[in-house]
Write a protein that binds this ligand. Structure first.
Ligand SMILES: [Zn+2]
Length: 62
């Protein structure tokens, strides 16, 4: 029974590692965080996306 928990932990860690590898290669999993809003500093409309794996943000200006 003692081996079960460490095994599950190892599998979960490996899964996260795969995600990081994809992110490191620029293949982020973008999710819409904020719809179009006005960025005052740029004077343009901006849509914000966030990667659900690494938390990186991407700003798309229109
Ligand atoms: Zn990412």
């Amino acid at each position: 029974m003692g081996d079960v928990i460490p095994l599950q932990r190892r599998q979960r860690r490996r899964k996260q590692g795969e995600g990081r590898t994809l992110c490191a290669n620029g293949r982020h999993r973008w999710l819409l965080e904020k719809g179009s809003s006005f960025d005052v500093s740029k004077g343009r409309l901006v849509t914000v996306y966030r990667c659900s794996r690494c938390g990186e943000r991407r700003h798309e200006y229109q």
